[in-house]
Design a protein around this ligand. Structure first.
Ligand SMILES: *Cc1c(COP(=O)(O)O)cnc(C)c1O
Length: 490
């Protein structure tokens, strides 16, 4: 029997990769995880192009797909058309053991492209394999970057439509325009009066709404998700951990087998969780550093073992990390609990009821062997952008700066090489980046883009260039309780 997927809450029969992708999440609320973490000898992949590393890393997870199908998924996703560098991602040495992993060379300038360019390929094959002729409606909650990356991945694909919900006033101007100007006959973009957690909870509720599901099924429509609660979104992210590790080997910075750290600017815990799987698969990662902004619910959790979302929500300069409920933590805790679905269901029942849960000292100790968590305030983020620019000539965005700051303070001992995941192009957040560089801007976000391009930040990313001249096609704003009707209408 090949690799099957089980629910973190134990309330769903095991499913195939294809089913996990088309379902998005277990119908009764849990998240799908592979029933075991496969071991791969990554040392054999040294020197290979990204696409080949991807095929080798993904194959053990994609039972039911033959080699040519996996290759076709990978090769259609990672093309020169969609990524502006042949290596797909780039590992840039900055000095002092620090390396920046640029993950934003895809069509929308955020790391989410790496997964969302390949996920529609998974979806296409998965539907064929499960004999599914229904129309798929992808429902997405976004804090800014997932929305556009998903729209680009799924627009104009046969048999699929996509509805994106984002917090009204809770995303940057560039993020809003990127989504609102999306063409494609199968796309819908809606602003919700609420924050990201409201959008995410709203989408989760739609998935669990049996009456709505039945009504849709009656019209030949099935729901699915493109959020990182979908395993098909998560597993492609494992690949760049492998690629960047091997980049350091190729550059002579380490020998294969040396333990290094990764630091990840974290929101929904998807990106860093992919690092955990890479580590579990045998990649020599010592620790994963979980970096947060002022919304430091994860920092507190990893310090004391209590997850408590009952706290003030802060809007920061790193909006894609402004999250109080990190969905993918559930997958991590499932593993750390020794795959105890009952325990996980208890914790998440408590989270739904009281807004908090506690994992106890034993499991907390285990998390500390793998995760180190730090958070940074807004002024430190700006300072870090300035310092890296003035000392190394490198310009980075606000999210990446949270991560660099997290491993630059006294709380972290940089005694092995560390790779920091850079999750967005600086052009996505130009005004704040310029603030960090100490350059005054009077004018709007697009004046800031122009000014930033004269600092050494490189060419303006094509996702941002000319965006202010595109026509706005989506301008709907609704209340949280209106999400259900919106989907019915669509
Ligand atoms: C989505 C996003 C994050 C957070 O990633 P998670 O997988 O949700 O933890 C960080 N930075 C940027 C720029 C993002 O778009």
């Amino acid at each position: 029997m090949g690799m099957r997927y089980i629910s973190t809450r134990g309330n769903s029969p095991p499913v195939s990769f294809a089913e996990a992708v088309t379902l998005g999440m277990a119908p009764s609320g849990g998240l799908f995880v592979p029933e075991k973490i496969p071991i791969v000898d990554f040392s054999k992949l040294a020197g290979m192009p990204y696409q080949e590393i991807a095929v080798n890393t993904l194959t053990p997870y994609m039972d039911g797909f033959d080699k040519s199908e996996i290759e076709s998924c990978v090769n259609e996703a990672y093309t020169p058309d969609s990524f502006d560098i042949p290596s797909v991602v780039s590992t840039v040495p900055i000095g002092n053991n620090l390396h920046i992993l640029e993950l934003w060379h895809g069509p929308t300038a955020a790391f989410k492209d790496v997964a969302l360019q390949i996920m529609p390929q998974f979806m296409r094959y998965s539907k064929i394999k499960s004999g599914d002729n229904s129309h798929t409606m992808i429902l997405v909650a976004t804090s800014g970057d997932t929305g556009k990356a998903a729209l680009e991945g799924f627009k104009n694909r046969a048999g699929i439509s996509i509805a994106v919900f984002y917090p009204h006033g809770g995303v940057s101007e560039v993020q809003r325009l990127q989504m609102a100007t999306t063409d494609g006959s199968n796309t819908r973009v809606i602003a919700v009066r609420g924050n990201f957690d409201d959008c995410q909870n709203g989408v989760k509720a739609l998935f669990c709404d049996e009456a709505l599901r039945n009504e849709a099924a009656g019209r030949g429509v099935k729901f699915s998700s493109a959020n990182s609660i979908n395993w098909g979104r998560l597993c492609p992210q494992i690949v760049y951990y492998v690629k960047s590790y091997l980049d350091l080997v190729a550059a002579g910075a380490i020998s294969y087998g040396d333990g290094i750290d990764f630091c990840v600017p974290t929101g929904n815990f998807g990106n860093i969780l992919a690092g955990y799987y890479a580590r579990g698969m045998g990649l020599p990662i010592r620790k994963l550093i979980c970096a947060s902004n002022r919304n430091n619910v994860l920092t507190d959790f990893f310090a004391g073992g209590v997850y408590d979302k009952n706290r003030e929500f802060h809007k920061t300069m790193s909006p894609s990390m402004d999250i109080l409920i990190s969905s993918n933590l559930e997958r991590f805790l499932f593993e750390l609990s020794g795959r105890d679905a009952g325990m996980v269901a208890g914790w998440y029942g408590s989270l739904a009821k009281t807004g908090s849960f506690s994992i106890g000292a034993g499991i907390l100790e285990k998390t500390k062997e793998i995760i180190e968590a730090h958070w940074v305030d807004e002024s430190t983020v700006l300072e870090t952008i300035g310092t890296l620019y003035h000392e190394c000539g490198y310009v980075m965005d606000t999210h990446s700066a949270v991560a660099v700051a997290a491993v630059s303070g006294p709380g972290y001992k940089r005694d092995v090489p560390i790779i920091v995941a850079s999750t967005a192009s600086p052009y996505k957040f130009s005004q704040d980046v310029l603030k960090g560089l100490g350059i005054a801007v009077d004018g709007d976000e697009f004046d800031a883009v122009r000014i930033l391009s004269s600092t050494g930040a490189g060419a303006v990313h094509r996702a941002v260039d000319g965006l202010n001249k595109k026509r706005v096609l989506h301008d709907r704003v609704i209340d949280i309780f209106g999400m259900r009707d919106e989907v019915r209408w669509f």
